[in-house]
Ligand binder design. Sequence first.
Ligand SMILES: [Zn+2]
Length: 419
Amino acid sequence: MKLERIAGARLPKWLLGDAWPAISGQPVLADLKLADGKVESVTPAAPGVQDGTWDVKGAPVLPGLVDAHTHLDKTFTLPRMRRVQPGLLGAIDAMMADRLGWTPADVHERASRALTWAYEAGCVQVRTHVDWWETDRAPVAWSVIAALADEWKDRIVLEQVSLIKLTLFQELAQARSFAAQVKATGQHARLGAFVHSVNWDAQALRHVFIAAGEAGLDVDLHVDEELNPLAEGLAETAGIMRDTGFSGRVVCGHTCSLAVQPQAQALATLDAVARLPITLVSLPATNLLLQDAVLGRTPRQRGLTLVKEARERGIPVMIASDNVQDPFCQTGSYDPVDALAAGVMAAQLDAPFDTWSQSLCRRDWLSRTPLAAPTLVGACADLVVFERADAWGWPSRAAHRTVLRAGVPLTLSDSRPLP
Ligand SMILES: [Zn+2]
C-alpha cells in the first residue's frame, strides 16, 4: 500500500532549516506529501486529515538510516568461539583463529542475516570493512560482500572497505596492487587500512594515500583505536592529505586517542581535520567494551573520540554499530539507533533527536560532496517513523518503528493505524 501523505511528523531540526516555524523553540509538526515514491513537499502541519493520509500524531520521523561502519565478515561468529581475551588485541587473536574456517557460504549466510536486520531497522546504506591479510589475493569474504552488494542493491547500498594492516603498505608497489584490486571491485569499494601504534609506519600511511589518489579511490581508516596518547594516526593522516593534496573523502573511524591527549594537542588536530574532507565515525558500543578493558578491573575511561569538539568545528561525525556479535562485541543489532543510544550516554550528547540523529542519516557525509542544507523535498520517501517515541525522549522507545521504502510501509503499525 502506497501512502499519499504523512501528517503530523516531528522532523529533526537539522532537516528543517532555519526558516521552519517553531513554537517555544520546538519545530512545528510537518505534513509530507508523497508522490511516485518521493517526498514532493514538506509543509507545516495543517488541521484536518484527508484520505490517504497517515496521521502519525507527532511521532519522530527520520530519513532512511545509514550504518557507516560495520564488519559483516566477522559478524555472528561469537557462538563458535572459546574464551576471548579482553581488549582489542585479544579479539583480533580470536578472530584470526576463526577466519581460517571461513567459506563463501559461511560468510554469505552471516552477512545476509546482518543485512536483513539492518534493512528491518530502516537502513538504506551500510558500509562494511572486510579483513584483508593476504598480499597476493583478496580474502574469501571480499568477493562474497561484492556479490551481496549486487544482491541487495535495490534495498541497501552496501559499501565495502579493505581492512589491511598498515605494514602491508610498506612497499608502494604493493599499495598500488591493493588499490587496483579494490578499484576493480566497483564504485562501492574503498581503500582502507588498520592504523594503530602496534603497526605504526608513517611512510606506509603515505603510500595508502598515494595509491588511493592515483586510483581515484576514497579512503576509510581504522585509526587510533586505543587510549595511547602517542597514537597520532589522525594527525598524520591530516598532514599527509595536506602534503599530497588528496581530495577524495576520507573516513576515520574510532580516533579514540584524541580523548587522552593533552587538550591543546587534540584540538589542534581537530582544527587541521576541519580544513580537510575528513569524516569521523564514532563507534560507542565497541569502544566502551574494548577500550580500557582489563580482566577483573572496572574500566575508568570511555574510549570515545571528541565528538562534540569535532561537531563544533563543523567536522562530519557519524555514529555506527561496528562489530555485532563477534569477539569484539558480544551484543549489537545492526540498528544504528542502538549505537546512538550508547553514544548519548557515553558522550552525554545533547538533543539526540534534533541534532545527533543526523549522525545516523547523513549519507552525504560519506560522499565527496556533503550537502550544505539537507532536505527531504525531492528525496526518495525512505522514512523511519518511531511511533511509540517522542522527540524529547528519543532514542528511548525507538525500538518499535515503521519503515517506509519509496512510500510503502514494510510493516504495519498497530499503535497509530495506517489509513
Ligand atoms: Zn571497526
